[in-house]
Design a binder for this molecule. Structure first.
Ligand SMILES: [Fe+2]
Length: 285
């Protein structure tokens, strides 16, 4: 069902912008493909709209779409999405007008090929139950309750954006405290029975594959041990658990933690060359 390769991790800065062709979601905008399932066309991408981008429908996508605005402003059917606004639109959801005056960059997730088709038609009741027209994440409180004692050292807080009650799939923001690291410089590895996908929005998050800066992205299939993690100056990450409920399963073996690891990514063949081009953020002072 899901056949995306393990990517852990790339900095989106290392990937090229490409023009979106006719017949796909948001034609004439640009995208960076973060990951894609070659069998179904399900994909995760950055989408960048130029200033004055405008589109008249009605039209719809074959895929369900989730998006999270990173910068700029996006308008759709009378709703304005500023930075940190999120939406989930089920497959076949109609769009009548879409535009961006300022230009806009968003993270977008599609559960199959986002084929674009003209027209709007009646939606099943379930679509109306599932749709999330807009969440302004800046208005949500951080949930600071501890959900796993083995992650106490990270002080993880969450803002839940979406839970699919049938599958357990979730989309959330995760906050990790500054100067957090496993005690004694080592810790167990965690593993989940579902995919974990993440995009770093702020800060820096260190683990065995390197330090992830804003723009870092990973797609980790189910059943792969990972961590331990720490964050020198904290990190905010958008996380999706895909294809099942998120459960932490812990290894008995402990792995050494390094706050300044070198870049040792796990990459599929088409991205393998990036392993030799570690990306570091520009100096801040
Ligand atoms: Fe995890």
């Amino acid at each position: 069902m899901m056949n995306r390769p393990h990517i852990e991790f790339v900095q989106a800065q290392m990937l090229p912008w490409r023009r979106i062709g006719a017949g796909l979601a948001r034609p004439d905008a640009e995208y960076k493909m973060l990951s894609r399932d070659p069998d179904t066309g399900a994909c995760s991408a950055l989408i960048r709209f130029p200033p004055s981008w405008h589109r008249e429908g009605p039209e719809h996508l074959a895929a369900a779409e989730e998006f999270y605005v990173l910068d700029g402003q996006f308008h759709m059917d009378g709703t304005t999405y500023d930075a940190d606004c999120y939406a989930f639109l089920p497959a076949l959801w109609p769009r009548h007008t879409m535009s961006s005056t300022t230009g806009c960059t968003m993270l977008a997730f599609y559960d199959r090929e986002p084929a674009l088709r003209a027209g709007a038609f009646g939606l099943v009741e379930e679509a109306h139950r599932r749709v999330i027209p807009k969440i302004d994440a800046t208005k949500l409180p951080w949930d600071m309750t501890l959900n796993d004692p083995k992650l106490r050292h990270l002080g993880i807080s969450r803002k839940n954006l979406r839970t699919n009650p049938d599958t357990g799939e979730r989309t959330l923001l995760s906050l990790i405290l500054p100067q957090s690291a496993p005690e004694q410089g080592k810790g167990p590895q965690e593993m989940h029975p579902c995919v974990e996908e993440a995009f770093v929005l702020a800060g820096a998050l260190s683990g065995p594959q390197g330090t992830m800066y804003p723009g870092a992205y990973f797609w980790r299939p189910a059943g792969i041990p990972h961590g331990p993690f720490g964050a020198h100056w904290g990190a905010v990450t958008l996380i999706r658990f895909v294809g099942g409920h998120h459960v932490n399963e812990w290894s008995t073996q402990e792995i050494a933690f390094d706050m300044r690891p070198s870049y040792r990514p796990i990459l599929p063949p088409h991205l393998a060359h990036l392993a030799n081009e570690p990306w570091t953020p520009p100096p801040s002072y």
